[in-house]
Ligand binder design. Structure first.
Ligand code: NAD
Length: 481
């Protein structure tokens, strides 16, 4: 059951006013299949109104705010997120099925994004450019204008923080379309943004279906930049829609990220990262380490220890704070089951025991570890988005690089070796947006630019780099003689 909410989940925030939508959708708790509430389902007209409200904000109070004032709004918002972290945690656990500790970590990360971008808002400077005699030339960093943010269900708070936070810092006015199956924390964020003193229309939130509300936002000629995280297929659709208006798009489309374990690695240090980076959020993580490449000499040892770790994990409803909760929905469970049909010829070396008392209508999936798996097998190539990892043995450093780079994706890679020269070679050779040496994920790293190459997408969010993506550069050349 939902706790008391300071907002109505059947409402959307447009131009600083909460209003009901004509249609609503049922929001399902994936831990037990019960209906939590009815949530707003925005129409094309609602999205159009949100874009107009964002334009008005740019022409009004929000557009006149200095970088310092924008930063202060964000910093206040970060403080409010921290003060309401308990409620945000509860909402995310109920809505997404995320174990409460992991949901709390996301709430804290959301606050941290607001703090980071609040502090950074007035630290993005232009440059002066030495030019011809009689000229002074300088550059200005300016907002794009209205930015559209289409967010998935796997890390709503983190993804809102990294994209909306950076966009607001640079003075854009945002229209946020959360995923239809995960929008409670987005609405709570909107409520807190109002409290933090953001002017009307600086942030508009319009939950709704992807094909209707999402597509309306992506194709809207009044939107000057789009940020999307989700599937390759939807990313392609959004980029195509954005192309009609010739606007830039940041796409973060997931991956098939490897961790590579060499024979000289500190296996004890690696082990928790090898397993947890695959099972966190039930494997529904864009940067999940879904492939573990293990040098042959330590293959049996690492495989056996990972198998033990799988057997020791707990699975259950989000509120009981297990290691692994349900998937987001029965739809995702069905999708994963069909992808796993390809695994019938593979050795499954460990499963996490499923408790007998799991709610029968919850979207639970048994975590599975497969190995050895040929690198070109569908399970080693396709993004599964579930609690499943594959183990791939390799012989030489060259083999490891070739296998690691041998998918359509390129988001993140981890390398475990004590050999410093090899670390440097691998860091250069791996075709990914991030490489972690003797760690994986670096604790989330709000400060660390993040994004992919290949079918993992393009553009960077997080860190200072995002501030460049969420702004445009103007060159001013003054001829004064
Ligand atoms: P999706 O990409 O379809 O949905 C993500 C977001 O896009 C949601 O807000 C959705 O409403 C919106 N959307 C959907 N269709 C749209 C359209 N035509 N125009 C504009 N917006 C649209 O993802 P999904 O169907 O929920 O999940 C399917 C698969 O996508 C997953 O199994 C996983 O492989 C992948 N995925 C990846 C990530 C990631 O972090 N990279 C996140 C979620 C899902």
């Amino acid at each position: 059951m939902l706790p008391n909410l300071p907002f109505d989940p059947g409402h959307i925030l447009v131009g600083g006013t909460w209003r009901a939508t004509v249609e609503t959708l049922s929001l399902i708790n994936p831990s037990d299949g019960t209906t939590l509430c009815q949530i707003a389902c925005s129409t094309v007209a609602d999205v159009n109104a949100a874009v107009t409200a964002a334009q008005d904000a740019l022409n009004g109070d929000w557009g006149r705010k200095s970088a310092l004032e924008r930063g202060r709004c964000l910093t206040r918002l970060g403080q409010l997120v921290l003060e309401h972290a308990d409620l945000l945690t509860t909402l995310e656990a109920l809505d997404v099925g995320k174990p409460v500790s992991q949901a709390r970590a996301d709430a804290i990360a959301l606050a941290r994004y607001c703090e980071f971008y609040g502090g950074a808002a007035d630290k993005v400077h232009g440059t002066t450019i030495p030019y011809l005699d009689g000229y002074t030339v300088y550059t200005l960093r300016e907002p794009h204008g209205v930015t559209g943010h289409i967010v998935p269900w796997n890390y709503p708070m983190q993804i809102i923080g990294r994209s909306v936070g950076a966009a607001l810092a640079m003075g854009n006015a945002c229209v946020l379309k959360p995923a239809e199956d995960a929008c409670l924390t987005a609405l709570m964020f909107a409520h807190l943004a109002k409290e933090a003193g953001f002017p009307d229309g600086a942030l508009n939130v319009v939950p709704g279906l992807g094909a209707e509300a999402g597509a309306a936002l992506a194709r809207h000629p009044g939107v000057q930049h789009l940020s999307f995280t989700g599937s390759v297929q939807t990313g392609r659709t959004i980029q195509t829609l954005a192309a009609e208006n010739v606007v830039p798009v940041t796409l973060e489309l997931g991956g098939k990220s490897p961790q590579i374990v060499f024979e000289d690695a500190d296996i004890d240090a690696a082990l928790p990262f090898l397993v947890n980076a695959g099972l966190q959020n039930a494997g529904q993580t864009c940067s999940a380490a879904s492939r573990i490449l293990i040098q042959r000499g330590v293959y049996d040892r690492v495989a056996a220890r990972m198998a033990d770790a799988y057997r020791a994990k707990s699975i259950g409803p989000a509120s009981s704070d297990p290691d692994i909760g349900p998937l987001i929905s029965v739809k995702q469970k069905t999708r994963l089951a069909s992808l796993l049909e390809a695994a019938h010829d593979l050795p499954c070396i460990a499963e996490t025991p499923m408790p007998d008392d799991l709610p029968p209508k919850g979207a639970y999936v048994q975590p599975r570890l497969y190995g050895p798996v040929p690198p070109d097998h569908p399970l080693a190539q396709d993004e599964l988005f579930g609690p499943v990892q594959v183990l791939i043995p390799f012989d030489t450093e060259e083999d490891a690089i070739r296998i690691a780079n041998g998918t359509i994706y390129g988001l993140v890679a981890g390398v475990w070796t004590r050999d410093g020269a090899r670390q440097m070679r691998l860091a250069k050779a791996l075709k990914t947006g991030q490489v972690f040496l003797n760690n994986y994920g670096a604790g989330g790293g709000v400060e660390l630019p993040f994004g992919g190459i290949g079918k993992s997408g393009h553009g960077r969010e997080k860190g200072f780099e995002a501030l460049y993506g969420f702004s445009t550069l103007k060159t001013v050349a003054a001829k004064h003689g």
